[in-house]
Design a binder for this molecule. Structure first.
Ligand code: MG
Length: 145
């Protein structure tokens, strides 16, 4: 387990790792409320177990991949307008299910993301993660498999 200095204290005090602008918090809260309303209006709460939400999230991630598969590197960096809109919609689906799953499990998504960044900063120090042959690479890169 990676130990981040100060992390346990911040968790105990329920303080975020990094102070976030209040606008981000209010935007996320507005999304949570909109998704709760959307779900309640359709009576879909009974389908939204964490397992089902995680499976839906994985499915949407697959739909995002589908939009990018077979494109060249340059095509994926500058998709045509129709493709870009489709990618945008799939990213939104992934984000929505991420929010819904976090909400269902009572996870503070913003706080969790900042904590994960802090953990990754510890795991991959900038001084040794710049791309040299013996330096750290993100998980999943060829050098780390
Ligand atoms: Mg979709």
């Amino acid at each position: 387990m990676v130990r981040v200095p100060g992390l346990q204290d911040r968790l105990a005090e329920k303080k975020p790792m990094i102070d976030t602008p209040s606008q981000q918090d209010s935007d996320l809260e507005a999304l949570v409320k909109a998704l709760r309303r959307f779900t309640a209006e359709r009576g879909w709460q009974r389908f939204h177990s964490p397992k089902n939400l995680a499976m839906a999230l994985g499915g949407e991630a697959g739909e995002l991949l589908e939009q990018l598969q077979w494109l060249s590197e340059s095509e994926s960096a500058d998709p045509d307008p129709d493709r870009r809109e489709a990618i945008q919609h799939e990213i939104a689906d992934v984000f929505i299910y991420t929010i819904m799953l976090s909400d269902r499990l009572g996870i503070d998504l913003i706080r969790a993301a900042f904590e994960k960044i802090a953990l990754n900063e510890r795991k991959y120090p900038a001084a040794t993660s710049g791309g040299g042959p013996d330096e750290h690479r993100p998980r999943g890169s060829a050098a780390n498999e």
